[in-house]
Design a protein around this ligand. Structure first.
Ligand code: ITT
Length: 203
């Protein structure tokens, strides 16, 4: 089976990615499973730059097809914070209960129309021969009044999707994978991989 190494330490992301690649001939391995130990500094200023930094590093270390995503939450009322700093927001080790509550407190009393937000995801793929591609996608939503739901990870409990009348933490993984920023970017990058590798008919 062909291998793709996904440069992430985030188990929530790995679950979503495996689900999307399950109908291909690719086995998607996490860095841990591929026994790649690297402390990659995400010092880019955009989601795209950070995704490429991670994918290039893992492609270089493994010699396999490497993929990485950089994603985050943009809250319009907070000038698009936490954005590219979503994982590091209030400190890398701070729990999401605290991070989410902080955002809710900042938006206390703020009306629905000003609570707009989006999850953004850039996914990069780097092939062993050096070819690269990046795809970006997002999902629009609003910041909920209170956290809800147990599924997903990170900011999912406070990200409300009006179309479903639920937060992304209340959606099943199958539902989230039909609409999420990561699912859309992954679908585009999956097409690219299949095309470049001669396994698909069209882009
Ligand atoms: P890796 O760098 O190891 O992949 P990470 O968790 O640090 O894992 P990012 O640098 O891409 O990932 O940071 C993205 C953060 O944005 C992530 O930790 C979440 O807090 C948030 N985020 C991204 N996608 C999300 C989603 O689908 N649901 C909830 N939160 C999300």
């Amino acid at each position: 089976m062909d291998k793709i190494i996904f440069a992430t330490g985030n188990k929530g992301k790995m679950k979503e990615i495996r689900e999307i690649f399950k109908d291909t001939s690719y086995m998607v391995l996490s860095m841990e499973e591929a026994r790649i130990n690297a402390d990659i500094k995400e010092d880019g200023t955009t989601f795209e730059e950070n995704a490429l930094i991670k994918a290039r590093a893992v492609a270089g270390l493994s010699g396999e097809i490497a993929m990485a995503d950089d994603s985050g939450l943009e809250v319009d009322f907070l000038d698009k914070a936490p954005g590219v700093y979503s994982a590091r927001f209030l400190g890398e080790d701070t729990s999401y209960e605290i991070k989410n509550q902080y955002i809710l407190d900042k938006l206390k009393g703020v009306g629905k129309e000003q609570r707009t937000a989006r999850f953004v995801c850039a996914i990069a793929v780097v092939f062993p021969d050096g070819r690269e591609a990046v795809r970006t996608a997002c999902i629009e939503g609003i910041i909920a009044d209170v956290p809800a739901g147990e599924n997903g990870f990170g900011y999912d409990p406070i990200f409300y999707v009006p179309e479903f009348k639920k937060t992304t933490a209340e959606l099943t993984m199958e539902q989230k994978n039909q609409i999420s920023h990561r699912a859309k970017a992954l679908a585009a990058i999956k097409d690219e991989v299949l095309f470049v590798e001669g396994k698909g008919d069209c882009r």
